[in-house]
Design a protein around this ligand. Structure first.
Ligand SMILES: [Zn+2]
Length: 150
C-alpha cells in the first residue's frame, strides 16, 4: 500500500519538511518511503515527540487509499513524525494530518473537509478532528484506533 501511495504523488502530496522547521528523517514522505521499503517509520524527537520508530499501520494506509479512490487529493503534513501531544496516535503509526483537500487549504471555508471527515469515520477512523476542534482550524487529524491499549 505504501508503494501505491508513492506511485501517485498527484493524489497524495507528502510533505518532506515539518511545519515546525525542524529537519529530520521523520517527514511524511520519508515515513511512507521507509514503509514501502519494509522498514519502520521514524518519529521525530523534538517537542513532546518520543523519537524512535513505529510501523505505519495497515488500516490507516488502507483508509488513506480508499479516500483517494473516492476522488480526494490531499496534502499530508505529518504521519509518524512531527511534534504532537505526548500520547498522540501519530507515534503509533495510525494517524495522519491533512492540510489541503483537492488543492484547497483546510479551513472553516474548505468545501470538502466535512465530507472527508465523515468518510474517514465510515472507514474506521475513530479520532477525526478538524475546523471547530481545538488546535485544528487549519488541518484535519485522521486517526484509527490506538494499538497500545491506552
Ligand atoms: Zn494529527
Amino acid at each position: 500500500m505504501a508503494k501505491a501511495i508513492l506511485a501517485a504523488p498527484e493524489k497524495y502530496k507528502l510533505a518532506n519538511y515539518h511545519l515546525s522547521g525542524v529537519s529530520d528523517n521523520a517527514t511524511a514522505l520519508k515515513n511512507v518511503q521507509a514503509t514501502a521499503a519494509g522498514y519502520a517509520a521514524k518519529r521525530s524527537s523534538y517537542a513532546r515527540a518520543p523519537g524512535g520508530y513505529c510501523y505505519l499501520q495497515e488500516n490507516m494506509l488502507r483508509g488513506m487509499i480508499k479516500l483517494a479512490k473516492q476522488g480526494y487529493t490531499i496534502a499530508i503534513s505529518e504521519i509518524a513524525g512531527g511534534g504532537h501531544s505526548s500520547t498522540s496516535r501519530h507515534y503509533l503509526g495510525v494517524a495522519y494530518d491533512v492540510t489541503h483537500i483537492n488543492g484547497v487549504k483546510v479551513s472553516w471555508n474548505n468545501p470538502y473537509f466535512r465530507a472527508y471527515m465523515a468518510k474517514a469515520r465510515a472507514l474506521g477512523a475513530t479520532e477525526v478532528l478538524g475546523p471547530g476542534d481545538r488546535n485544528h482550524s487549519g488541518h484535519l487529524h485522521i486517526a484509527w484506533p490506538r494499538t497500545d491499549g491506552r
